[in-house]
Design a protein around this ligand. Structure first.
Ligand SMILES: NC(=O)c1ccc[n+]([C@@H]2O[C@H](COP(=O)([O-])OP(=O)(O)OC[C@H]3O[C@@H](n4cnc5c(N)ncnc54)[C@H](O)[C@@H]3O)[C@@H](O)[C@H]2O)c1
Length: 330
């Protein structure tokens, strides 16, 4: 397949391009609004063609699929252009910046009859895949409660535009919270939300401090550094979400999901099952699990999906995900 890359920053060069190459795909073009940056990445990976606009790239190249690796607020327009040009699309997370955008992208994928997937690589970790199989086999019973944490002690990225609401659409919630929210919903079978109580704010990120992910510009922070929520679902389950870029906690960072079912509980990461058997309480962990790179697996799954009849499940799930996020912000 012929692949094009839109945006040539951190995630494009660390996760997308190398894994397409590993999968034997032909990455034929990159697009970056700054030509010199696009050319540098093209040279690094031996990619023949560089464009400064998405339109140009889609006009002059016959692409089968594109990856979209630009700031969040640009995703929707670029997804629509790529689908209209007949490409399958792997768009980085978050899908967009609102439910309306997720709906537009879903409709566009259906119109085009093309695969649209999003970069939720935590779904592709070996421990997550195993837990999902166990849940689907009924090991946990009905999941009635879950908790998702995405916390960094000091972790506003010092690169890119992560402090800029206009380009990112939001802060910690849309950037890191979205990973664990998606993961919890994925494990719960993406139930439909009923009520959402959300709370977001700026508490520590708007003043200078220790930057474990580089120096960010505290004076221009226009996004939330903290988001918390309680979500109930039509099926009777509930989910607690706790997200922060700047949390005075013990760990440097923690990405974690806990699911409680009527037969057993489970937590990630690491994968642990919590059960009651023979009048005793057990915690069980896999003794050996073949690890793989979740970014590599994500690209493999995307390419497989491109070859199959299109299914719109992930694009439909993105609508639910963004509905919840919209309500937290509201
Ligand atoms: N899945 C993950 O774990 C993960 C990790 C990091 C980033 N991401 C996502 O990937 C996307 C990009 O993040 P990144 O860390 O690679 O950022 P980055 O800043 O390193 O790269 C962003 C790219 O977009 C381009 N860009 C910036 N502003 C633009 C504009 N106004 N118009 C056109 N192009 C523009 C930049 O030139 C650059 O090529 C974001 O949506 C982010 O949420 C996902």
């Amino acid at each position: 397949m012929k692949i094009g890359i839109i945006g040539t920053g951190g995630i494009a060069t660390s996760a997308h391009i190398p894994n397409y190459v590993k999968a034997g795909m032909d990455v034929v073009a990159v697009m970056n609004r700054t030509r010199a940056n696009g050319e540098r990445v093209a040279r690094q990976f031996g990619i023949p063609n560089v464009y400064e606009t998405v339109e140009e790239m889609l006009t002059y190249e016959q692409l089968d699929a594109v990856s979209i690796c630009t700031p969040n607020a640009l995703h929707k327009e670029q997804v629509l252009l790529a689908l209209e040009a007949g490409c399958h699309v792997l768009c980085e997370k978050p899908p967009g910046i609102s439910e309306n955008e997720a709906i537009e992208m879903l409709k566009a994928a259906k119109r085009a009859g093309k695969t649209l997937q999003y970069g939720f690589h935590y779904r592709h970790r070996a421990d997550t895949v195993l837990l999902k199989r166990m849940i689907d086999a009924g090991e946990l019973g009905d999941i009635y409660a879950a908790t998702a944490f995405a916390l960094r002690r000091r972790g506003i990225p010092g690169w890119g535009v992560f402090t800029n609401k206009e380009l990112q659409g939001g802060g910690a919630l849309l950037d890191i919270g979205v990973h664990m929210l998606d993961l919890a919903l994925h494990l719960m079978g993406y139930p439909k939300p009923r009520e959402v109580v959300g709370h977001v704010g700026q508490y520590l990120g708007n003043r200078p401090g220790v930057g474990l992910l580089g120096e960010w510009d505290a004076s221009s922070l226009s996004v939330e550094d903290t988001a918390r929520a309680m979500i109930t679902f039509e099926n009777g389950a509930s989910l607690l979400l706790d997200v922060s870029y700047m949390a005075n906690i013990e760990e440097k960072d923690t990405m974690r999901v806990e699911c409680r079912g009527t037969n057993a509980g489970a937590s990630l990461f690491p994968l642990t099952l919590h059960t009651e058997k023979y009048g005793a309480l057990f915690d069980e962990r896999p003794t050996y699990l073949t690890e793989h790179d979740p970014y590599e697996r994500q690209i493999q799954r995307f390419l497989e999906a491109c070859r199959e009849d299109p299914n719109y499940r992930q694009a439909e799930e993105a609508v639910i995900l963004h509905r919840i996020i919209d309500r937290i912000y509201a």
